[in-house]
Design a protein around this ligand. Structure first.
Ligand SMILES: *[C@@H]1O[C@H](CO)[C@@H](O)[C@H](O)[C@H]1NC(C)=O
Length: 203
């Protein structure tokens, strides 16, 4: 008996599509808002860019919680696979979920709220690049940590559909990084150039 994709994933469940849409929406939303509407948001908060960034942080954080909820709901509608029902799989699930969350939490700890939530787009720059843990392990601990957590949750629930959603998250984050990294690099290059010009950096 051969296995086809329709044995692993129930494509007729709307919740699957909704979760996939939410996964794609989130980085799209925060990139568009932070990149093109940071001035509008700052104006709404009376010119206080820090407050505007905090507000955006709350929105992004809430969107993330909502997406995680939709992911869980989507998996609830999906078939289990017997190959994923062993104790070893559960152990791997805990390990992945644990490592993923360590990466996410330590990265937030290292960057702070404005550093985590696109503060640089609002002109709130870090004094210097953070290079310690977890940034010495991966360049995007927040994204890869989150992806690992989804993989862990997939194994925990034993639902193959989760692999597809996790792969989708990975792709979406890869695309987001390809926009965010050059943009952030540009911001810091301009800062560097401005500091050199004003003689602030003595080197
Ligand atoms: C990353 O930094 C931490 C301390 O900040 C250190 O313990 C760890 O060994 C480093 N890891 C790598 C891969 O360099």
């Amino acid at each position: 008996m051969s296995t086809s994709i329709t044995d692993l994933v129930d494509l007729n469940q709307q919740s699957l599509l909704i979760a996939a849409a939410s996964i794609a929406f989130n980085p799209l939303f925060w990139n568009i808002v932070a990149q093109y509407h940071n001035k509008l948001l700052t104006n709404i908060f009376g010119g206080n860019s820090r407050l505007a960034c905090y507000f955006l942080a709350i929105v992004i954080f809430s969107l993330g919680i909502f997406r995680d909820h939709l992911f869980k709901e989507a998996l609830a509608d999906q078939p289990k696979h017997p190959a994923l029902e062993s104790d070893n799989v559960k152990l791997a699930a805990y390990a992945l979920f644990g490592v993923g969350n360590v990466l996410v939490v330590t990265s937030m700890w290292a960057l702070g709220v404005t550093g985590t939530y696109l503060g640089d787009y609002f002109g709130i720059l870090m004094d210097e690049m953070v290079t310690g843990f977890p940034f010495n392990v991966t360049d995007a601990p927040m994204y890869y940590g989150s992806t690992l957590s989804f993989l862990g949750a997939t194994l925990y629930y034993g639902k193959p559909a989760g692999f597809f959603l996790t792969a989708w998250i990975f792709i979406v984050y890869k695309i987001a990084l390809s926009y965010e990294n050059p943009f952030t690099a540009g911001i810091y290059a301009r800062k560097e150039a401005a500091e050199k010009k004003s003689g602030k950096k003595a080197q």
